[in-house]
Write a protein that binds this ligand. Structure first.
Ligand code: URA
Length: 277
């Protein structure tokens, strides 16, 4: 399929060519307008520098409550980033499942933690769960997820939780709860959910991060630049190489950009291959 489209077929140096990706053209979650730059109003408590700087979080006891104390009767208490920074996988899963730090907890069916190998070399960061993800409790299970899986498969990668970490991805979203009606994530929701993603990345320790769509880019790179201007080169998040690409839901509506997204994935694979050479 890739050859027919005159697209590059990426092949890992050390193994046989992976199966090519089937085309998926079904419509998906209609959220990520990746062409549009948007950086919201200054957000309470978010770190303001570029994401390549260290996130400063308080190192606190590892198993305290995951919410900080705030005056009663105002807003729900935010996630206690210092506590979350010390969580192991189990504590983190529990904290996400129990989170009531923003309004999305009222409308969600369940939280969507993330999926994949806990030591995957690849980490994919998307936007937020949609209706199907909210139902199933797993990210990217709808049409956009099928496209994502097909692209990953073409690189010899899967979201399986076991197996060779070099051939695995961990997939997480910037938000762990579905925004009602699949609306865009709000700044305060992103801010409150952020410690969970930060800790997921710390625990996985990926060798390459794929930021898919503008909300992942905003969360990880702290920039209002549109995806189209950030893709095609290597950024850094906490020292980890990061490649920006289009959100799969956007690709379902903008077929010409699929070829560009594929180039982005090949770039990420090249960066990783070079780092291992
Ligand atoms: N879009 C996302 O960004 N994440 C999902 O989990 C599903 C659709």
């Amino acid at each position: 399929m890739l050859g027919a489209l005159k697209l590059r077929v990426w092949q890992p140096a050390r193994s046989a060519a992976p199966a090519s990706a089937p085309a998926h053209a079904a419509a998906g979650r209609d959220t990520a307008s990746d062409e549009v730059a948007l950086l919201d109003a200054p957000q309470e408590g978010r770190r303001s520098g570029p994401a390549s700087q260290e996130v400063r979080v308080r190192q606190q006891p590892t198993h305290g409550p995951a919410v900080a104390r705030e005056p009663l009767g105002v807003a729900p208490p935010p996630v206690d980033a210092g506590a979350v920074a010390g969580f192991d996988w189990q504590a983190l899963r529990t904290a996400v499942a129990d989170c009531r730090a923003c309004r999305l907890c009222e409308s969600r069916k369940q939280t969507v933690f993330g999926v994949g190998h806990p030591q995957a070399h690849w980490m994919v960061v998307g936007e937020a769960p949609g209706a199907q993800e909210d139902e199933q409790g797993e990210p990217f299970v709808g049409a956009a997820g099928q496209l994502l899986d097909a692209m990953l498969h073409a690189l010899g990668l899967s979201r399986a939780a076991d197996g060779d970490p070099a051939e695995r991805v961990f997939i997480a979203n910037t938000l762990k709860c579905r925004p009602p009606g699949n609306r865009n994530p709000q700044p305060d929701e992103m801010q409150r959910c952020e410690p969970f993603l930060v800790r997921q990345i710390e625990l996985v320790q990926p060798r390459i991060i794929l930021a898919m769509g503008r909300f992942a880019v905003q969360a990880l790179l702290r920039t209002s630049e549109p995806v189209g201007r950030l893709r095609g080169r290597v950024h850094r998040y906490q020292g980890v190489p990061l490649v920006v690409t289009y959100h799969p839901a956007y690709l379902l509506r903008n077929l010409p950009d699929k070829a560009r997204a594929w180039e982005d994935l090949c770039l990420a694979a090249d960066v990783l291959a070079q780092s291992k050479a």
